[in-house]
Design a protein around this ligand. Sequence first.
Ligand code: SF4
Length: 343
Amino acid sequence: MNKKIENIAQKSLNGTPIDIDDARDIFSFKGDEIYDVLYWANKIRLKYFRTNINLCAILSAKQGSCSEDCKFCAQSTFYKTGTETLPLANENRVNESIKLAKQSGASSLGLVTSGYSLEGRLGSNGKENDFNKFCDLVESSSKSSPLPLHASIGCLTPEMAGRLSEIGVEQINHNLETSRNLFAKVCETHTYDERISTIKNAKKAGLKICSGGIFGIGENSDDIVELAFTLRDLDVDTIPLNFLNQVQGTPFYGNEPLKPMEILMIIALFRFTLPDKEIKVAGGRETCLRDLQSWMFYAGASSAMVGDYLTTKGKPANEDIQMIKDLGLNHSVKRENKLAMKS
Ligand code: SF4
């Protein structure tokens, strides 16, 4: 067993934050040492989460026609991807998704909308304004929902974040995606600072934060380490890790795919850096991890997304639940729906 890896792991196990050099060292381990890194990532996960695995599901509640140019995304109007455009979901569609998410073992359903913001371009009186309709939808669907509804609706002003909090939403998702430098090359229609402002606005409003990134978009290990440390500084609650599922028509179609062992090391890096936070493996795991999907928990993941993604299919939820049971883990973590309790 590599002593240097063990020493870094002991910091995470003892609640001492690892430093940037420790994180860079993690990525420097190669060959058989990778198994030592995974061994300790699993130990850290077990310390903070025992055998509990949290599952969540999402609904593409408004899809396509996005004004932004994120080069990995099938929903941008900048690229011809053939993605179907869907208006804001109605209550029936949300209720169907809640039912499916519950059957899939998910402990929450995230409503995800495309676009810069549900209020259009903030401060520019954009004609798009679905935010009030979205709040009404959340309030009405929540009354009978056994699951909490989370919101991933683009950039948020302090007022929007406050309103979400008032109606009982407990968590929002807003990914930083990658490092500051690389983000400027991946998206030129809005800035990293706008994304950080949304996270800060949501935190100030008392909302929990789910924020992570996407990998396989040309990042190097320094970009990954920087993202992990930025998220640690922002004190986010959940870190979703997405792995590029290449969509024809997007600029990143044809990128060199990440190898499964590289993905496991990314998961481990986040577990070492944010030892007590929910690390969630989200989009792309089926195509990128292939037969190594069950290893994601050994690499430190404490959570996974189940069911379909925004524009791509996931694997059947019963197969994920069987995989979790086969590993001796437990997915049945109960979460309260505070919105239903309010009504
Ligand atoms: S990631 Fe979000 S903001 Fe970027 S193009 Fe896709 S839907 Fe639009």
